[in-house]
Design a protein around this ligand. Sequence first.
Ligand SMILES: Nc1ncnc2c1ncn2[C@@H]1O[C@H](COP(=O)(O)OP(=O)(O)OP(=O)(O)O)[C@@H](O)[C@H]1O
Length: 259
Amino acid sequence: MTDTNLIEIKNVNKIYDNGVVGLKDINLNVKKGEFLVIVGLSGAGKSTLLRSINRLHDVTSGDILIDGQSIQHASGKALRMMRRNVAMIFQNFNLVKRASVRRNVLSGRVGYYGFLRSSFGFWKKEDVQHAVTALKRVNLAEKFYDRADALSGGQQQRVAIARALMQEPKIMLADEPTASLDPATSNLVMDDLKALNQDLGITVVANLHNEELALKYGSRIVGLRDGELIFDKEADQVSESDFQQIYQSVQDKHEAGSK
Ligand SMILES: Nc1ncnc2c1ncn2[C@@H]1O[C@H](COP(=O)(O)OP(=O)(O)OP(=O)(O)O)[C@@H](O)[C@H]1O
Protein backbone atom coordinates (compact mmCIF):
# COMPACT_ATOMS: atom_id res chain seq x y z
CA MET A 1 0.00 0.00 0.00
CA THR A 2 1.22 3.54 -0.74
CA ASP A 3 0.23 6.91 0.70
CA THR A 4 -1.30 8.05 -2.58
CA ASN A 5 -5.05 8.50 -2.57
CA LEU A 6 -6.49 6.59 -5.50
CA ILE A 7 -10.10 7.47 -4.71
CA GLU A 8 -11.15 10.76 -3.09
CA ILE A 9 -14.79 11.19 -2.17
CA LYS A 10 -15.48 14.79 -1.26
CA ASN A 11 -18.66 16.04 0.41
CA VAL A 12 -20.80 13.67 -1.61
CA ASN A 13 -24.57 13.77 -1.34
CA LYS A 14 -26.96 11.65 -3.36
CA ILE A 15 -30.68 12.33 -3.41
CA TYR A 16 -32.68 10.06 -5.70
CA ASP A 17 -35.37 11.52 -7.98
CA ASN A 18 -38.08 10.28 -5.61
CA GLY A 19 -36.53 12.31 -2.76
CA VAL A 20 -34.87 9.36 -0.96
CA VAL A 21 -31.52 10.40 0.49
CA GLY A 22 -28.93 7.79 -0.52
CA LEU A 23 -25.77 9.49 0.80
CA LYS A 24 -25.23 12.37 3.23
CA ASP A 25 -22.03 14.42 3.03
CA ILE A 26 -19.63 11.50 2.58
CA ASN A 27 -15.89 12.22 2.80
CA LEU A 28 -13.60 9.27 2.26
CA ASN A 29 -10.17 8.67 0.75
CA VAL A 30 -8.98 5.26 -0.39
CA LYS A 31 -5.26 4.67 -0.74
CA LYS A 32 -3.61 2.69 -3.50
CA GLY A 33 -3.45 -0.98 -2.49
CA GLU A 34 -6.04 -0.82 0.28
CA PHE A 35 -8.72 -3.48 0.76
CA LEU A 36 -11.57 -1.34 2.00
CA VAL A 37 -14.76 -2.96 3.21
CA ILE A 38 -17.98 -0.99 3.54
CA VAL A 39 -20.46 -2.40 6.04
CA GLY A 40 -24.01 -1.39 6.79
CA LEU A 41 -27.52 -2.72 6.88
CA SER A 42 -29.71 -3.06 3.84
CA GLY A 43 -30.57 0.46 2.67
CA ALA A 44 -27.56 2.09 4.41
CA GLY A 45 -26.23 3.41 1.09
CA LYS A 46 -23.43 0.92 0.34
CA SER A 47 -24.48 0.26 -3.27
CA THR A 48 -25.20 3.93 -3.83
CA LEU A 49 -21.66 4.77 -2.73
CA LEU A 50 -20.04 2.06 -4.83
CA ARG A 51 -22.03 2.99 -7.93
CA SER A 52 -21.03 6.61 -7.50
CA ILE A 53 -17.34 5.67 -7.65
CA ASN A 54 -17.55 4.41 -11.25
CA ARG A 55 -20.37 6.81 -12.03
CA LEU A 56 -23.01 4.23 -12.73
CA HIS A 57 -25.10 7.10 -11.45
CA ASP A 58 -24.39 10.77 -10.81
CA VAL A 59 -24.15 12.23 -7.35
CA THR A 60 -26.29 15.23 -6.43
CA SER A 61 -23.40 17.31 -5.05
CA GLY A 62 -19.76 16.93 -4.15
CA ASP A 63 -17.05 15.30 -6.23
CA ILE A 64 -15.28 11.98 -6.69
CA LEU A 65 -11.68 11.87 -7.91
CA ILE A 66 -10.02 8.77 -9.32
CA ASP A 67 -6.25 9.12 -9.42
CA GLY A 68 -6.68 12.88 -8.97
CA GLN A 69 -9.21 13.31 -11.81
CA SER A 70 -12.90 14.02 -11.31
CA ILE A 71 -15.05 11.17 -12.66
CA GLN A 72 -18.13 13.24 -11.86
CA HIS A 73 -17.08 15.92 -14.34
CA ALA A 74 -15.57 13.66 -17.00
CA SER A 75 -17.37 12.91 -20.25
CA GLY A 76 -16.87 11.13 -23.57
CA LYS A 77 -13.49 9.53 -24.13
CA ALA A 78 -12.04 10.78 -20.84
CA LEU A 79 -14.87 9.10 -18.91
CA ARG A 80 -14.45 5.85 -20.87
CA MET A 81 -10.71 5.87 -20.12
CA MET A 82 -11.37 6.41 -16.41
CA ARG A 83 -13.94 3.62 -16.32
CA ARG A 84 -11.42 1.14 -17.75
CA ASN A 85 -9.51 1.58 -14.52
CA VAL A 86 -12.51 0.73 -12.35
CA ALA A 87 -13.90 -2.81 -12.63
CA MET A 88 -16.97 -4.05 -10.78
CA ILE A 89 -18.48 -7.33 -9.68
CA PHE A 90 -22.04 -7.78 -8.45
CA GLN A 91 -24.07 -9.94 -6.09
CA ASN A 92 -25.79 -11.70 -9.00
CA PHE A 93 -22.60 -12.08 -11.08
CA ASN A 94 -24.13 -10.39 -14.18
CA LEU A 95 -22.78 -12.97 -16.61
CA VAL A 96 -24.38 -13.72 -19.97
CA LYS A 97 -25.64 -17.08 -18.76
CA ARG A 98 -26.16 -18.75 -22.13
CA ALA A 99 -22.74 -17.70 -23.40
CA SER A 100 -19.47 -19.56 -22.82
CA VAL A 101 -17.10 -18.71 -20.01
CA ARG A 102 -14.62 -17.69 -22.74
CA ARG A 103 -16.99 -15.15 -24.20
CA ASN A 104 -17.95 -13.79 -20.79
CA VAL A 105 -14.34 -13.32 -19.74
CA LEU A 106 -13.34 -11.72 -23.05
CA SER A 107 -16.24 -9.30 -22.80
CA GLY A 108 -14.31 -7.65 -19.98
CA ARG A 109 -12.04 -6.34 -22.71
CA VAL A 110 -14.71 -4.37 -24.61
CA GLY A 111 -13.44 -1.06 -23.26
CA TYR A 112 -10.34 -1.64 -25.41
CA TYR A 113 -12.25 -2.53 -28.62
CA GLY A 114 -14.47 -0.71 -31.06
CA PHE A 115 -18.17 -1.60 -31.06
CA LEU A 116 -18.13 -3.84 -34.17
CA ARG A 117 -15.11 -5.85 -33.19
CA SER A 118 -16.49 -6.66 -29.74
CA SER A 119 -20.04 -7.34 -31.06
CA PHE A 120 -18.79 -9.96 -33.50
CA GLY A 121 -16.29 -11.45 -31.08
CA PHE A 122 -13.19 -10.78 -33.19
CA TRP A 123 -10.89 -11.05 -30.21
CA LYS A 124 -7.17 -10.51 -30.57
CA LYS A 125 -5.01 -13.57 -29.96
CA GLU A 126 -3.20 -11.92 -27.07
CA ASP A 127 -6.53 -11.16 -25.40
CA VAL A 128 -7.62 -14.79 -25.68
CA GLN A 129 -4.33 -15.71 -23.98
CA HIS A 130 -4.97 -13.02 -21.41
CA ALA A 131 -8.44 -14.54 -20.75
CA VAL A 132 -6.86 -17.95 -20.09
CA THR A 133 -4.43 -16.31 -17.66
CA ALA A 134 -7.29 -14.50 -15.87
CA LEU A 135 -9.23 -17.75 -15.53
CA LYS A 136 -6.14 -19.55 -14.21
CA ARG A 137 -5.87 -16.86 -11.56
CA VAL A 138 -9.29 -17.90 -10.23
CA ASN A 139 -8.53 -21.61 -10.74
CA LEU A 140 -11.11 -22.14 -13.47
CA ALA A 141 -8.98 -22.61 -16.60
CA GLU A 142 -10.64 -25.96 -17.33
CA LYS A 143 -14.04 -24.26 -17.65
CA PHE A 144 -13.01 -22.09 -20.62
CA TYR A 145 -15.51 -23.60 -23.10
CA ASP A 146 -18.35 -24.38 -20.65
CA ARG A 147 -21.57 -22.42 -20.66
CA ALA A 148 -21.69 -19.91 -17.81
CA ASP A 149 -24.99 -21.28 -16.49
CA ALA A 150 -23.45 -24.76 -16.13
CA LEU A 151 -21.24 -23.42 -13.31
CA SER A 152 -22.00 -23.13 -9.60
CA GLY A 153 -22.68 -19.70 -8.08
CA GLY A 154 -19.18 -19.46 -6.64
CA GLN A 155 -17.62 -20.41 -9.98
CA GLN A 156 -19.78 -17.83 -11.76
CA GLN A 157 -18.59 -15.14 -9.37
CA ARG A 158 -14.99 -16.17 -10.02
CA VAL A 159 -15.64 -15.93 -13.79
CA ALA A 160 -16.95 -12.42 -13.10
CA ILE A 161 -13.68 -11.65 -11.30
CA ALA A 162 -11.71 -12.97 -14.32
CA ARG A 163 -13.84 -10.81 -16.61
CA ALA A 164 -13.14 -7.79 -14.42
CA LEU A 165 -9.39 -8.53 -14.55
CA MET A 166 -9.50 -8.28 -18.36
CA GLN A 167 -9.98 -4.54 -17.91
CA GLU A 168 -6.56 -4.38 -16.20
CA PRO A 169 -8.21 -2.24 -13.54
CA LYS A 170 -6.55 -0.24 -10.80
CA ILE A 171 -9.70 -0.51 -8.70
CA MET A 172 -12.07 -3.43 -8.15
CA LEU A 173 -15.50 -2.58 -6.76
CA ALA A 174 -17.38 -5.55 -5.32
CA ASP A 175 -21.05 -5.04 -4.46
CA GLU A 176 -22.06 -7.76 -1.98
CA PRO A 177 -19.96 -10.31 -3.90
CA THR A 178 -20.84 -13.17 -1.54
CA ALA A 179 -24.48 -12.42 -0.74
CA SER A 180 -25.75 -15.28 -2.96
CA LEU A 181 -23.14 -17.79 -1.78
CA ASP A 182 -22.73 -20.27 1.08
CA PRO A 183 -20.02 -19.55 3.69
CA ALA A 184 -17.33 -21.88 2.29
CA THR A 185 -17.77 -20.55 -1.25
CA SER A 186 -17.85 -16.98 0.07
CA ASN A 187 -14.37 -17.51 1.49
CA LEU A 188 -13.06 -18.80 -1.86
CA VAL A 189 -14.38 -15.72 -3.66
CA MET A 190 -12.97 -13.40 -1.00
CA ASP A 191 -9.62 -15.25 -1.22
CA ASP A 192 -9.54 -14.49 -4.95
CA LEU A 193 -10.21 -10.81 -4.27
CA LYS A 194 -7.51 -10.80 -1.59
CA ALA A 195 -5.03 -12.42 -3.99
CA LEU A 196 -5.55 -9.85 -6.71
CA ASN A 197 -5.23 -7.13 -4.10
CA GLN A 198 -1.95 -8.54 -2.78
CA ASP A 199 -0.40 -9.98 -5.95
CA LEU A 200 -1.51 -7.42 -8.52
CA GLY A 201 -1.78 -4.38 -6.22
CA ILE A 202 -5.40 -3.77 -7.25
CA THR A 203 -7.24 -1.57 -4.76
CA VAL A 204 -10.44 -3.29 -3.62
CA VAL A 205 -13.60 -1.64 -2.29
CA ALA A 206 -16.14 -4.26 -1.23
CA ASN A 207 -19.61 -3.94 0.27
CA LEU A 208 -20.30 -6.71 2.74
CA HIS A 209 -23.16 -7.51 5.10
CA ASN A 210 -21.13 -10.07 6.96
CA GLU A 211 -19.08 -8.80 9.94
CA GLU A 212 -16.87 -11.86 10.04
CA LEU A 213 -15.85 -11.57 6.38
CA ALA A 214 -15.36 -7.81 6.76
CA LEU A 215 -12.92 -8.33 9.64
CA LYS A 216 -11.15 -11.25 7.97
CA TYR A 217 -10.50 -9.60 4.60
CA GLY A 218 -10.64 -5.83 5.03
CA SER A 219 -7.53 -3.81 5.80
CA ARG A 220 -9.85 -0.94 6.66
CA ILE A 221 -13.57 -0.86 7.44
CA VAL A 222 -16.07 1.91 6.91
CA GLY A 223 -19.53 1.76 8.49
CA LEU A 224 -22.55 3.42 6.91
CA ARG A 225 -25.95 4.02 8.46
CA ASP A 226 -28.84 5.78 6.74
CA GLY A 227 -26.49 7.27 4.13
CA GLU A 228 -24.02 8.63 6.70
CA LEU A 229 -20.47 7.55 7.43
CA ILE A 230 -20.50 6.33 11.04
CA PHE A 231 -16.97 5.00 11.43
CA ASP A 232 -13.79 4.65 9.39
CA LYS A 233 -11.06 2.52 11.01
CA GLU A 234 -8.23 0.12 10.36
CA ALA A 235 -9.71 -3.38 10.58
CA ASP A 236 -7.77 -4.25 13.75
CA GLN A 237 -9.22 -1.18 15.50
CA VAL A 238 -12.87 -2.03 14.83
CA SER A 239 -14.83 -3.23 17.84
CA GLU A 240 -18.23 -4.77 18.38
CA SER A 241 -19.55 -1.38 19.54
CA ASP A 242 -18.68 0.06 16.10
CA PHE A 243 -20.86 -2.58 14.50
CA GLN A 244 -23.58 -1.92 17.10
CA GLN A 245 -23.66 1.73 16.01
CA ILE A 246 -24.58 0.83 12.47
CA TYR A 247 -27.43 -1.37 13.67
CA GLN A 248 -28.73 1.42 15.88
CA SER A 249 -31.27 2.91 13.49
CA VAL A 250 -33.09 -0.40 13.10
CA GLN A 251 -33.16 -0.94 16.87
CA ASP A 252 -34.52 2.61 17.31
CA LYS A 253 -37.24 2.05 14.72
CA HIS A 254 -38.09 -1.31 16.23
CA GLU A 255 -38.38 0.17 19.73
CA ALA A 256 -40.41 3.14 18.46
CA GLY A 257 -42.75 0.69 16.71
CA SER A 258 -43.29 -1.41 19.84
CA LYS A 259 -44.31 1.58 21.99
N1 LIG B 1 -32.81 3.91 -7.86
C1 LIG B 1 -33.26 4.29 -6.68
N2 LIG B 1 -34.28 5.15 -6.57
C2 LIG B 1 -34.72 5.56 -5.35
N3 LIG B 1 -34.18 5.17 -4.18
C3 LIG B 1 -33.15 4.32 -4.23
C4 LIG B 1 -32.64 3.83 -5.47
N4 LIG B 1 -31.60 2.99 -5.19
C5 LIG B 1 -31.48 2.96 -3.85
N5 LIG B 1 -32.41 3.75 -3.27
C6 LIG B 1 -32.60 3.99 -1.84
O1 LIG B 1 -31.39 4.57 -1.33
C7 LIG B 1 -31.11 4.06 -0.03
C8 LIG B 1 -29.74 3.38 -0.06
O2 LIG B 1 -29.85 2.21 -0.87
P1 LIG B 1 -28.60 1.29 -1.24
O3 LIG B 1 -29.07 0.27 -2.23
O4 LIG B 1 -27.47 2.13 -1.61
O5 LIG B 1 -28.31 0.58 0.15
P2 LIG B 1 -27.42 -0.67 0.48
O6 LIG B 1 -26.73 -0.37 1.75
O7 LIG B 1 -26.59 -1.04 -0.69
O8 LIG B 1 -28.50 -1.79 0.74
P3 LIG B 1 -28.66 -3.22 0.05
O9 LIG B 1 -27.60 -4.06 0.65
O10 LIG B 1 -30.05 -3.63 0.42
O11 LIG B 1 -28.51 -2.97 -1.43
C9 LIG B 1 -32.25 3.12 0.31
O12 LIG B 1 -33.21 3.85 1.06
C10 LIG B 1 -32.80 2.73 -1.03
O13 LIG B 1 -34.18 2.40 -0.94
